[in-house]
Design a protein around this ligand. Structure first.
Ligand SMILES: [Zn+2]
Length: 412
C-alpha cells in the first residue's frame, strides 16, 4: 500500500519519494504510470477529483502527472503524460502538486461538508452523493423537493459557518467510537479505524479526501440550480474562487443584457417580459396585415384574370414573399371565387410551390403537382384541392414556366 501523505495534512504540496514500480502503457491505459513509496497526490475517490502535478527526477527530467487513481490493492497510481523515456524503479523523485488545483478541490470538497451538514441541521435532508465537475459541483439530497427559501436558508447557514472560521480537524477513531459520535455519514463496515473530518461544533463525518484546515479558507458558498433526479434533488453549488468567478461571469452576462435594454441589472427580467409581450403583439399585427394583403392581392388577381371554361386560373411567383404568404394567397384566391385555381410559388428560401383549387373543384391538384414536379426531379403531393412541394435545392428550374405548363395541362 502506498503511504498517503495527504491523510495527515492537505497542505503538503511538495515531497520526496522513491519510485517503487513502473507500469508501461497498455491498451487499457494508454499512458504509462508509476507507483511511489509515499505520495501527496490525491487519487480520484469519494466524489473528489484527482490532483495533477509533476515528478522531478534526478538531473533535470520532469514528468507530468496527468491523472491519479486508486488501485484495488491500496496503491496510488500516477499516470504520466507521454514521457520521452520511462523512469526506472528505485529512482528518487521530487513530487510537486498543482497547488492551485488542489486548493480549489479543497474549497469545493470542504464546502460540501459544511453545506451537507447545513441541509441536515435545518431541514433534515441527508446528502446521498456528491459530484465535483470542472465548472460546478453538485450534491444529491434525499428529498423530493427543495424550496428556494430552503436553498437560501442552507446557503446562509453554510456561509455563517465559513465566516466563523471554525477549525477543521482530522482525527482517527475506532469504529465503535465513531458510532457513539453520531456521524453525519458512516461508511460501510470495512475498516476498524476511521478517518474523521470535524468542522468544530458543527459537523463530523468520515472522509478520505483533502480539506481546508479552517472553514474560512472555503471562502464562500454559492448555491445555484436545483434539479429533480432519480434519487431526490440535485443542488448545484460552487465555493471559494469558483464562486467569485461564476458571479463575475453572471454579472457580465447580466450587464450585457441590461445595456441592450438601457436598464438597471435588476430590471432585466421585467424588460424581457415586456419585450416578449411586445414581439407577440407585433407578430399578431403582422399576421393580420399579411392576411389583409393576401386578400387584396387575391381579389386583384381574380379581377384581372379572364375566365377560361367557366373558371379562373391564377399563376403567380413571389420572389419577395415566403412560402407561407404564397399559401395564404392561394387560399384567398380559391376561397374567394367559387371556381378558381391558384398555381403559386415562392422563390424565397426555403422555396416552394402550392397548387390549390376552390373546394370540390373538378381538377386534381395533388396529381397535377406530382406530374409537373416529376419532370424536374422535385417532390410534393397533397389532396385533390390542395397540394404543395418543391423543386430540388440548387436546381435552375424556371418555376414560372413550370406553373404555366401546369396551367396549360388544366386548360387542355
Ligand atoms: Zn471530505
Amino acid at each position: 500500500m502506498t503511504k498517503r501523505l495527504y491523510y495527515n495534512s492537505s497542505e503538503i504540496y511538495e515531497f520526496d519519494s522513491v519510485i517503487q514500480d513502473v507500469v508501461p502503457a497498455s491498451p487499457e491505459h494508454p499512458c504509462p504510470a508509476v507507483v511511489l513509496k509515499e505520495t501527496a497526490f490525491y487519487p480520484t475517490s469519494g466524489g473528489q477529483v484527482h490532483d495533477t502535478g509533476w515528478l522531478l527526477l534526478d538531473g533535470s527530467e520532469c514528468l507530468r502527472v496527468a491523472e491519479v487513481a486508486d488501485a484495488e490493492d491500496g496503491r496510488v497510481v500516477h499516470y504520466l503524460e507521454a514521457p520521452a523515456r520511462l523512469p526506472v524503479a528505485g529512482a528518487s523523485v521530487h513530487g510537486r502538486i498543482d497547488a492551485e488545483r488542489r486548493r480549489d478541490h479543497m474549497q469545493q470538497h470542504s464546502g460540501q461538508h459544511v453545506l451537507s451538514a447545513a441541509f441536515i441541521e435545518l431541514y433534515q435532508m441527508p446528502t446521498v452523493s456528491f459530484h465535483m465537475g470542472e465548472d460546478y459541483c453538485s450534491l444529491d439530497l434525499a428529498t423530493p423537493t427543495v424550496s428556494s427559501e430552503q436553498i437560501a436558508g442552507a446557503e446562509r447557514l453554510a456561509n455563517q459557518i465559513v465566516f466563523e472560521n471554525r477549525p477543521v480537524r482530522i482525527r482517527y477513531v475506532s469504529r465503535a467510537e465513531a458510532e457513539k459520535l453520531g456521524l453525519r455519514k458512516l461508511p460501510p463496515a470495512e475498516r476498524d479505524e476511521l478517518r474523521l473530518i470535524e468542522v468544530a461544533d458543527f459537523d463530523v463525518s468520515a472522509c478520505g479526501g483533502t480539506h481546508v484546515s479552517a472553514s474560512g479558507q472555503i471562502g464562500s458558498i454559492l448555491l445555484r440550480k436545483t434539479e429533480k433526479v432519480r434519487q431526490g434533488t440535485r443542488v448545484e453549488f460552487v465555493c471559494g474562487e469558483r464562486a467569485v468567478r461564476m458571479a463575475r461571469r453572471d454579472y457580465i452576462a447580466l450587464s450585457e443584457a441590461a445595456a441592450l435594454f438601457s436598464a438597471q441589472l435588476w430590471d432585466v427580467p421585467e424588460q424581457i417580459r415586456k419585450s416578449v409581450e411586445e414581439s407577440k403583439q407585433v407578430r399578431r399585427q403582422k399576421d393580420g396585415v399579411l392576411d389583409e394583403l393576401a386578400e387584396v392581392m387575391a381579389l386583384a388577381a381574380l379581377h384581372n384574370q379572364p375566365e377560361t371554361n367557366g373558371r379562373k386560373i391564377v399563376v403567380r411567383v413571389f420572389s419577395d414573399r415566403d412560402i407561407g404568404f404564397a399559401k395564404l394567397f392561394a387560399q384567398k384566391v380559391t376561397r374567394t371565387a367559387t371556381s378558381a385555381i391558384a398555381l403559386v410559388a415562392s422563390t424565397v428560401d426555403p422555396a416552394g410551390i402550392v397548387f390549390a383549387q376552390s373546394p370540390g373543384g373538378p381538377a386534381d391538384m395533388g396529381g397535377l403537382l406530382k406530374q409537373v414536379l416529376s419532370s424536374v426531379g422535385g417532390r410534393g403531393g397533397g389532396s385533390r384541392d390542395f397540394a404543395q412541394g418543391g423543386v430540388p435545392a440548387g436546381s435552375h428550374v424556371n418555376v414560372e414556366q413550370l406553373l404555366r405548363q401546369a396551367a396549360g395541362t388544366i386548360e387542355a
